[in-house]
Design a binder for this molecule. Structure first.
Ligand code: ADP
Ligand code: MG
Length: 422
């Protein structure tokens, strides 16, 4: 997208104003940068000046909030390897298509296909993949908000009913969801005390003063003033509203929180603060996260393990440090090489070194027995990848990569391409 926008500006010889909170993106496209805050211009200058020699403290803070590109050197606290799975999805498939009266659904209709993952107690498992890969659908299936076509969801080894309304109260309490947009998940007509208090009533029977005290406690826990209980969502900033969603989820004392792109609607600095809160809450509570994100740099700093989804299928899964170092599934390599670096010229280098096959062709993604990535894969083996399901390859680092290529072939190709360097 970034390349297309840049090309079109050049071809039309237009001037352009690119509005963004992502400095690494802006660095690829802008000649000059204007930094704004609270409606006023803070600093202005050529891109290189602003990025390399910011003068104003706020600009420095903005640049400081840009996370380094994901690397394998980032140490993360691994959950105890012995821990039993808290949540398991076992061969889950799901579709949005409706079965016709006389026809039946085929694999091609599935937006999730045979997804098997697990999350252990207190573990953070990241779910990554491009838009449309099925991340939100998987979260919705786990939460019982979208019926699966086949497969099973288990918590502590016990099967959960596919639909939330068939699950008992305790099963509902144990799995909480936080969505990307707090604007959609908070009722604008409801005060914060209702938003947070309702589940307290439902799950723990708290009412009156007890409920109010607990709401205050939860608000404080997420870094908000307790008297915000009386406010409406519209009286809060986006970051504050997301904190309310977090307080509501934690009020249920869940075992697992499904976090679906919870930072995506927030600007860089606020997102960093909310991420810090999530890390802090995780350290203080007995809680596991399924952390859905397309932001690999964020994932690298919070996840114990990473699941890479492509076209509704798991293509790679493993400990964070292993997934972020070669060998990678060719799709993971593409994802990693697509994270913009905070310097000028990154975009041109990536485009120059990227095999032409990896450009998004607009052709539909294959959803059959073969490898879903084969139409974009620079290492495709014709006659194999389109006919045979990719085998699971286990690395010494504990990864599983679903690919027809040998691990050594992947390693060699990825060392050579050099697109992954920062
Ligand atoms: P992600 O969260 O990874 O961006 P989603 O789970 O939202 O992906 O979507 C997965 C696929 O399901 C996409 O191809 C999308 O087009 C399709 N899809 C999502 N929501 C609907 C819907 N309400 N009706 C039909 N298809 C949908
Ligand atoms: Mg989504």
């Amino acid at each position: 997208m970034l390349k297309a926008i840049k090309d079109v500006i050049r071809e039309h010889r237009s001037a352009a104003i690119y509005v963004s909170h992502d400095l690494a993106v802006v660095a690829q496209i802008a000649d000059r940068i204007v930094v704004m805050r609270h409606g006023a211009m803070v600093e202005e200058g050529p891109t290189a000046e602003i990025i390399e020699r910011p003068k104003e403290p706020y600009t420095r803070e903005l640049i400081g909030a840009v996370k380094p590109r994901p690397t394998s050197s980032r140490a993360v606290v691994a959950a105890e390897a012995t821990a039993k799975p808290l949540l398991e999805t076992d061969g889950v498939s799901a579709t949005f298509a409706r079965a016709k009266l006389f026809g039946s659904l085929t694999m091609e209709d599935n937006v999730l296909q045979d997804v098997t993952i697990d999350v252990r107690s207190r573990e953070v498992v990241a779910l990554v993949g491009e838009s449309g890969s099925g991340k939100s659908t998987l979260a919705r299936v786990i939460a019982g908000l979208h019926p699966s076509l086949s497969g099973q969801i288990r918590i502590d080894g016990k099967a959960l009913a596919p639909r939330a309304r068939k699950r008992d109260r305790d099963a509902l309490r144990r799995i909480q969801v936080i969505f990307q947009s707090p604007d959609l998940s908070l009722n604008p007509e409801q005060r914060i005390e209702e938003a947070i208090g309702r589940p307290l009533e439902l799950y723990f029977g708290l009412t009156g003063a007890k409920r109010a005290a607990r709401v205050a406690e939860l608000l404080t826990m997420v870094g908000l003033p307790a008297d915000y209980a009386g406010r409406y969502p519209s009286e809060l900033s986006g970051g504050q509203r997301q904190r309310v969603s977090i307080a509501r989820a934690f009020g249920a004392q869940p075992d697992l929180v499904l976090c679906d792109e919870i930072l995506s609607s927030l600007d860089t600095i606020v997102a960093a603060q909310v991420l810090e809160l999530m890390r802090d809450l995780r350290a203080k509570h007995d809680v596991a996260y399924l952390f859905i994100s397309h932001d690999l740099a964020t994932v690298a700093t919070i996840a114990d393990r990473v699941v890479v989804l492509y076209a509704g299928r798991v293509v790679e899964i493993g400990p964070t440090a292993s997934v972020f170092s070669p060998p990678h599934h060719p799709y993971t390599a593409l994802l990693l090489s697509s994270v913009p670096a905070l310097r000028q010229g990154w975009l041109e280098e990536v485009i120059a070194t990227r095999p032409p096959t990896q450009a998004q062709t607009g052709a539909s993604v294959p959803r059959d027995i073969g490898c879903p990535f084969r139409t974009r894969c620079p290492m495709v083996i014709q006659g194999t990848c389109d006919r045979v399901a990719p085998p699971a390859r286990h690395t010494p680092g504990g990864q599983v990569i679903y690919c027809h290529r040998e691990l050594d072939e992947l390693r060699a190709a990825q060392a050579e391409s050099g697109v992954l360097r920062t």
